[in-house]
Ligand binder design. Structure first.
Ligand code: ZN
Length: 92
C-alpha cells in the first residue's frame, strides 16, 4: 500500500505537487523538489511559498521553504492562444 499519494501532471506526466493557496480553492502546480529561498524583489526566480503565494526571490541554503511553479512544456496555454486568436482575427 502506498503511503504517499503521487500526483502527475496530466499534460506532461511529470510528478508534481499542488500547493493550495491559503483561503482559496485554487491550487498551483509546482515541482516536487522544495527550495529554500529568500524574498527579493530583484530575484531571478518566482517561488510559490507554502501558502500558495507567488514570491520573487533567490535561492539560498537557509531561508523560507518554497517550490518552483511547474512550468509545463505541454500545458495548453489558453490565454496565449486566445490572445493570438484575437490578434489573428484583428489582422484578418
Ligand atoms: Zn506538466
Amino acid at each position: 500500500m502506498k503511503k504517499k499519494k503521487h500526483t502527475y501532471c496530466v499534460f506532461c506526466g511529470k510528478e508534481i505537487r499542488w500547493i493550495r493557496r491559503k483561503g482559496t480553492v485554487k491550487a498551483v502546480p509546482c515541482e516536487t523538489r522544495c527550495i529554500s529561498f529568500v524574498p527579493d524583489p530583484n530575484g531571478q526566480h518566482v517561488f510559490i511559498d507554502m501558502e500558495g503565494n507567488a514570491r520573487r526571490g533567490r535561492e539560498t541554503p537557509d531561508g523560507l521553504i518554497g517550490f518552483y511553479r511547474h512550468a509545463c512544456p505541454n500545458f495548453p496555454s489558453r490565454s496565449v492562444r486566445s490572445e493570438k486568436d484575437e490578434q489573428a482575427r484583428r489582422w484578418a
